[in-house]
Design a protein around this ligand. Sequence first.
Ligand code: 13P
Ligand code: SF4
Length: 366
Amino acid sequence: MYQAPLPKEYADLSPEEADARIEAAKRTLGNRLVILGHHYQRDGIIKHADYRGDSYKLAKDANLCPDAEFIVFCGVHFMAESADILTPDHQHVILPNMAAGCSMADMASLFQVRNCWKQIEEVLGANGPRVVPVTYINSAANLKAFVGERGGTVCTSTNAPTAVKWALEQGEKVLFFPDQHLGRNTGVKLGYDPDKDMIVWDPFQPYGGNSPERIREATFILWKGHCSVHKRFTVEQIEEARQTHPGVTVLVHPECPLEVVEAADLNGSTEYIIKQVEASPPGSVWAIGTEINLVSRLANENPDKTIFCLDPQVCPCSTMYRIHPSFLAWTLENLVAGNVVNEVIVPPKVKYFAKMALDRMLTVCA
Ligand code: 13P
Ligand code: SF4
């Protein structure tokens, strides 16, 4: 997505000036505006958010303010698209920086997934077993539409086991994209064998790099995508944390590789991570395997607990980080001036089927 450079006036704002201008614009816009913030946003953004949440909560919360004219989504592009799909047309969904994408979502394109589907159909034959497509919410709207049109569903890290279990009640196989790790971790949670029951589909290889026999045998066809933030966590880091902090609880996001999830004590979405830490008694020690803005905020908001990131070198999600307070100030002041900038609009035909897939998730996983 292209984002024009910020006008110099905004690029040069000090943090204090940006805060003051954001708050002034919020006061002027009043109930016409709602700001949503994903847990990976920096503190300088989160403090202005009316609602914070994980992908699942924000998808539901988008509907919480039916009277708001502007939903400013401080997160990444696929989240803003989902909000646009789930809200009525009179509400404008705005992403303060259009370059805030998700590198994992970019690992699967509609062209590649269509091509994969065609090859799977060719191998399985017209009367073969039914494949149900499941897309992680971290995907473009046109992939959600692909799934909706073919009777599949969306899932998030909160509800992946429920969504995939449902998919396997509708058919014999699941094509899960774009995150192989969430797909594999979910399959294992449901009792499947990662070696025997799962194959990885590499979109750059014929048949995804698999033999036709393996495609016929596998229950899970996992897209070869990953999150570059969560891929950094390792079993060695967990062993190190256990050595240096006896009694530590290791809690990771299910976008981490299977061996990391298995070596951890707990795993779950960002909302789950927050709830676990907040519910723990004072003095608890937590090693967390997820994005650093969230881990640092948890540490600051729970000073009676020891909370640290499993990977001492971990950097923020670079795309989430593109939502800078200066962009938020620019967006809001434009709205005050009557200019709707950076609106995320999903085309009606895509919206129709993508909504079908998102609604299925919201119903199946309610
Ligand atoms: P959550 O749904 O857990 O917030 O995860 C979103 C995400 O992008 C994790 O990398
Ligand atoms: Fe995408 Fe990973 Fe960033 Fe989440 S943390 S938005 S999956 S790149």
